[in-house]
Design a protein around this ligand. Structure first.
Ligand SMILES: NC(=O)c1ccc[n+]([C@@H]2O[C@H](COP(=O)([O-])OP(=O)(O)OC[C@H]3O[C@@H](n4cnc5c(N)ncnc54)[C@H](OP(=O)(O)O)[C@@H]3O)[C@@H](O)[C@H]2O)c1
Length: 233
């Protein structure tokens, strides 16, 4: 399967790329500024080129996204999965009275409009069998367990869950599996060293869902954790 992953330079995105390669998939690793040293090393390990293509992909740059989709189309590439992983977490614990609306806008540009831009331009390439469209979300977007903080991030993830739900209904006739996935609280730059979870273990769970080795519980909404357990919307 050909898998496109956004934000693959580090954190969960990098682990998803590494895990997918280990399982024999081909990866298009979307990254800003040419990627990272880690990603370059991974590319070397897999012989560069075909198995792991590092592609310039800033999810705020619609023209860049469109150009990358056109390039892949021209090369005759298809996709079996799209994983919208790139995100930011800013204005932590800032209360509403002090919130800088520029932080909200910046978050929405990446966490919500990013996946929407990616869907807009890459969906036509998602033509492989048993295809998947995954949005990496967060339990902090869950309305049922809302807390007063992380306003930009949490609200962006709630909206992302809505987008997943809409895409699920749109793509169901084509048999595409659409999920919003909470990866757990994991040790990455975003999650911090205090996080209990291992990002590689989350990546393994997400790949199990993608390969349909794990089938999510029979649930009403498409919001699950990385083990396939249903989460409240
Ligand atoms: N860590 C957790 O505990 C946790 C919990 C719940 C949900 N999540 C979700 O899991 C996903 C991965 O998070 P993480 O912990 O791996 O975060 P991270 O370590 O902060 O990594 C974020 C990734 O997103 C990329 N990115 C940021 N802005 C971008 C843009 N405009 N265009 C393209 N890429 C961009 C970064 O690229 P650069 O290297 O170029 O900055 C980086 O690769 C996110 O969706 C996050 O919300 C994480």
């Amino acid at each position: 399967m050909n898998i496109l992953i956004t934000g693959a330079s580090r954190g969960l995105g990098y682990e998803l790329a590494a895990e997918a390669l280990e399982r024999g998939h081909a990866v298009i690793a979307g990254a800003r500024g040419g990627g990272s040293v880690k990603l370059a090393k991974l590319s070397e390990e897999y012989g560069g080129g075909d198995r792991l293509a590092i592609a310039e992909l800033d999810v705020t740059d619609e023209a860049g996204i469109q150009a990358l989709a056109a390039k892949l189309k021209q090369e005759g590439r298809t996709l079996g999965a799209i994983i919208n992983n790139a995100a930011i977490l800013n204005a932590r614990d800032t209360q509403i009275e002090d919130l800088d609306m520029a932080d909200v806008a910046a978050t929405f540009e990446i966490n919500l409009y990013g996946p929407m831009r990616v869907a807009k331009h890459f969906l036509p390439l998602l033509t492989e069998e048993n295809a998947a469209f995954f949005n990496i979300s967060s339990e902090s977007g869950c309305i049922t367990n809302a807390y007063p903080g992380d306003y930009p991030y949490s609200i962006s993830k709630t909206a992302l869950n809505m987008f997943s739900e809409q895409l699920h209904r749109y793509l169901r006739p084509r048999g595409v599996q659409v999920l919003s996935i909470h990866p757990g609280w994991i040790k990455t730059d975003m999650g911090s060293e205090r996080a209990p979870g291992d990002p590689r273990a989350s990546a393994r769970g997400i790949l199990d869902l993608l390969e349909r080795r794990v089938v999510p519980e029979n649930h009403r909404f498409r919001f699950v954790d990385f083990t396939g357990k249903e989460l409240p919307i």
